[in-house]
Design a protein around this ligand. Sequence first.
Ligand SMILES: Nc1ncnc2c1ncn2[C@@H]1O[C@H](COP(=O)(O)OP(=O)(O)OP(=O)(O)O)[C@@H](O)[C@H]1O
Length: 618
Amino acid sequence: MWKTARDQVCLICRSARTTSTTTASARASIESWTSQRTFATRREQRPSRMVLSDRVARPPPVRAPGEGPKKPRNRPEGPWAGTNRRVANIDPRKAPKPKPVEEDDRRGGKDKKTKGQKALKMQRALATISYGQRTSIKERMQEIQSFDQFNLLPVVKEAVAQEALKGMTEIKPTPVQRLAIPALLGQPMGKKPRRPKSDNGREEFLLAAETGSGKTLAYLVPAVNAIKKGDAEDELVAAYNERLAAEKERRGGAPVSEWIEKFEPHPNTARPRVVVLVPTAELVDQVTAVAKKLAHYTKFKVRPLSATLSPLKNQRNLYSPIGVDMIIATPHLLATIAKSDPNVLSRVSHLVIDEADSLLDRSFSGDTTSIVDRAMPSLKQLILCSATIPRRLDTYMEEQFPYINRITTPNLHAIPRRVQLGVIDVSKDPYRNNKMLACADAIWSIGKEAAKHEAGQSKDEIDVKRIMVFVNERETTQQVADYLVSKGIDAIALHRDTEEHRKSEMLASFTSNEPMKIAKPAEDTEGGKAGAVATRRHLPNTKVIVATDLASRGIDTLAVRFVVLYDVPHTTIDFIHRLGRAGRMNRRGRGIVLVGKDDRRDVVAEVKESMYMGQALV
Ligand SMILES: Nc1ncnc2c1ncn2[C@@H]1O[C@H](COP(=O)(O)OP(=O)(O)OP(=O)(O)O)[C@@H](O)[C@H]1O
């Protein structure tokens, strides 16, 4: 008869219009189903998948040995699902406890929100983890003070110190690295029991830690270690190396690049052992750059695959005759390649899903899960990594990966401590809901403030402040950027249609750790004083990127101290990622949120309060 709930509604709706045979209960059920649909599509409603989980670090469920994963609940589907029940389907353990009536309520007339109705449900960081568990995470972190304590090959340790964290005087692992690296290397995980391996010896891990806390190295370092160990033990590679050495000798010192194409392909050609999935081409470049630093020292082959590279370049990267050990890719491209050549994923031992909440969400999950499925037979470690774990992902992991090792840091879901949040009420004078003006004003104040600090120092150069402005809709990025440019601010909109070279140039300047200097302008200064920075028409000491979430995910904007939230983010997840572009690696940062007349002031107030208290936004 009817195949899907949608069919049922269409058919019944039609019959309801033409005949009077539809029963009242059927109509009620249709109404509730259709209203749920419209409810879910309304913008202001937060779908449950966008709600952060407050139980990420919970201990795994206790199951008898040999007992498989939890069975999915046997729920009937369709609009009739809840009908014809004889008893209410309420689990008494989960029934809400009666709330104590407050004094004000008894007197009646209390019109303010009760604690349970807060705009954002606020909880302390790792609220459901006991004090004992939290202290044990902290103790574990204190036990490890140096990369030397990890069971890493000497060459990998050297690569971290000499290349990945080059220039740092004191090299210490960050909290997530202290917890994750030993776990991924098979070292003991403190008091936390290690989850059993799957039948084919696979282990699963979740790395959940705050933004800018060094998650990339936390998964890359053990993966590189595995590649190097694998090289030493791989008979195919050893035999190939012998044949290659013999060939080199035979050719009498001719450069390898001249003849390697004609020589036999490397056993790893188009058969990477490590795959890292990230959501955007920008992140492909960023993670590849970090991996290449390690590769430079440890000598393994890492290649990017992304839609911004030409098809020929992607093909060369994957099918290079010298082989490829690690691929950093976006899921769609890799899934398409793997469809036509299934062997591409046949040797993968380590699969990392970075920004897992995005990659396992609706838009990416088809491609991501198809890659996971294809890689599964050879997989030794599956690593999910994210700064935010929405409840939907949490439930998904519980069902799909019941034995996942959950590695979480105590500050998960909190905004970095050294980021402060300022609020500008745009509905008041002088802005009267002109957000663009308020945004330009905020940027001018940052520029002028910076200029004031520099004014006393007699330098020929001035420091350029890098500022990120986040909007909710892609269309707004260009409008805001154009307006800022019209106000003398060097701004660029970052979206899919932005010229590639301009985009990478701007992103490069935002991700560089080096201070950005320009020559100090001497004349036409505001107030007529030579030596000040801002002219009446041009603010030279700031650079601005206007972006949507495209740039809020994972981009390592170390140099950014200021973030302007032009729109109030829809969810706490967006708050965390957007504000997380500043204050990375314990740097100081400042967020400014513009609140208009239609915006949720209560949400902003609660975010501000949680930030002040150093709490998780849940
Ligand atoms: N042990 C360390 N000591 C100092 N700096 C480090 C260390 N590990 C990583 N970093 C630096 O910290 C910065 C942030 O790291 P990374 O991009 O991996 O953060 P992240 O946790 O992935 O953030 P996000 O969740 O926003 O993606 C990088 O510039 C990196 O070089």
